[in-house]
Design a protein around this ligand. Structure first.
Ligand SMILES: Nc1nc2c(ncn2[C@@H]2O[C@H](COP(=O)(O)OP(=O)(O)OP(=O)(O)O)[C@@H](O)[C@H]2O)c(=O)[nH]1
Ligand SMILES: [Mg+2]
Length: 392
């Protein structure tokens, strides 16, 4: 990581200098005023010093823009080089409860805490101010206060004398990646046959996501694939999937009842992957949801077929609503989450919030309407960089 400092009479000027010299991929790591103390006047002095960093080593060319920079189809599916994190993640999870009780959930108190430490330890004050900037960045990206506090608290607790803003940022970055966890994409082959249900609220992109994945599995992975739709609620819904099935030359079965569903599964017993589209359900409509749960839970798929469920959620949905939706779907017990419409939001905090609130594994993200290109296995590094402000 290259780190440089830029001084100017205003923050904007200093930022401009940083951007000019280091490019738009630079991450602003610290902004401080010279000869001033106290967080309240942090941005108000005559001379402002901006510390900017440029990551040299990350596996992508650029720090992504606010709209996550999804890669092209041929690049999207290779195995992600996520760290083997389970053990560390477990430890971090164990720390969560302890930290939660220690850390104030309100920014003012956090500031007071920082200021108290500033008085007693001048050296540490730069680090603490930097941590506060990161905290604000997380909040700006709509990471829930509780989780921002949790991350900051963990870092604060591990602060050492020799800590630098560089090592702190690396620590926070790493923590977010660990918290996002390993992605859980669909894996199917002759030996591991799968039937995969896509469920979720109306209009989130279930059918489009199925089309994107069907294209990938058929054309890239050469997997023997069939489609079933139980979304007979709208005539257009069947036609939508039929169009993709025709283009991809895939068999499609339209089912109205559980019996028809079971027959379709039998009919597709020589297929290694069956993707099932379901009708969008409002989480507030119990009857509709129960009907769908009944299909998923009571279908007979035989021993050779493993059932998987993907809950499709829009990244643009409010966190409170996402939690309410998840509360309904958690009836299904084991499922993974796909986040769609990343292109329709500038804040990706909800992705981290949902992972931490539910512990449901994340799988794919989609960022546009284009079939098949606008889908990728979730990339924790990209999300983490975005949440830390690597986006301007
Ligand atoms: N911007 C954006 N639009 C998307 C994305 N994914 C899907 N869409 C669009 O969202 C709209 C709804 O997509 P569908 O795939 O029909 O959604 P659905 O969940 O199947 O909808 P229902 O079956 O009615 O519940 C369409 O216009 C899609 O093109 C995405 O990642 N980004
Ligand atoms: Mg649909």
């Amino acid at each position: 990581m290259i780190i440089k400092k830029f001084q100017a009479s205003t923050e904007t000027e200093a930022m401009m200098m940083a951007k000019e010299e280091m490019g738009s991929s630079a991450v602003i790591m610290n902004i401080k005023t010279i000869k001033q103390r106290g967080l309240a006047r942090f941005f108000k002095n005559d001379i402002v010093e901006v510390t900017a960093a440029l990551e040299e080593r990350l596996n992508t060319d650029k720090i992504p823009t606010k709209t996550i920079d999804l890669v092209a189809k041929e690049q999207i599916m290779p195995e992600l080089e996520n760290p083997k994190t389970n053990a560390i993640e477990e430890k971090l999870n164990n720390l969560q409860n302890m930290l939660e009780s220690k850390i104030n959930s309100n920014e003012k108190e956090l500031e007071e805490k920082f200021e108290k430490k500033n008085d007693s330890d001048e050296e540490n004050s730069v680090n603490l101010k930097f941590i506060q900037l990161v905290y604000r960045q997380l909040i700006e990206n709509e990471v829930d206060e509780k989780y921002a506090n949790q991350i900051i608290g963990e870092i604060e607790n591990s602060l050492k004398k020799e800590s630098t803003v560089d090592s702190i940022l690396a620590g926070i970055y790493q923590k977010i990646i660990l918290k996002l966890g390993q992605p859980k994409p669909i894996e199917a082959n002759e030996k591991h046959r799968k039937i995969v249900f896509f469920v979720g609220p109306t209009g989130v992109g279930k059918t489009t996501t199925i089309a994107k994945l069907a294209s990938y599995f058929k054309l890239e992975k050469k997997i023997k694939l069939a489609l079933i739709t139980s979304d007979t609620y709208r005539i257009a819904a069947v036609e939508q999937l039929r169009t993709y099935a025709n283009i991809l030359d895939l068999p499609l079965s339209v089912v109205y009842t559980l019996e028809e569903f079971n027959m379709a599964v039998k009919m597709f017993d020589s297929y290694d992957l069956i993707l099932v589209d379901t009708a969008g359900r409002s989480h507030k409509n119990n009857e509709q949801c129960n009907e769908m749960f009944h299909l998923i839970e009571d279908c007979s798929i035989g021993e050779n077929l493993k059932k998987e469920i993907y809950l499709v959620l829009s990244a643009a949905t409010k966190y409170k609503d996402l939690i309410m939706i998840n509360d309904v779907y958690k009836h299904l017990k084991k499922y993974n989450i796909i986040f769609t419409k990343l292109d329709e939001t500038t804040c990706l905090g909800n992705i981290l919030n949902m992972k931490l609130a539910t512990n449901v594994p994340l799988s794919y993200v989609t960022s546009g309407q284009a079939v098949p290109d606008d889908i990728a296995i979730i990339d924790a590094q990209k999300i983490a960089r975005n949440l830390l402000g690597g986006n301007e």
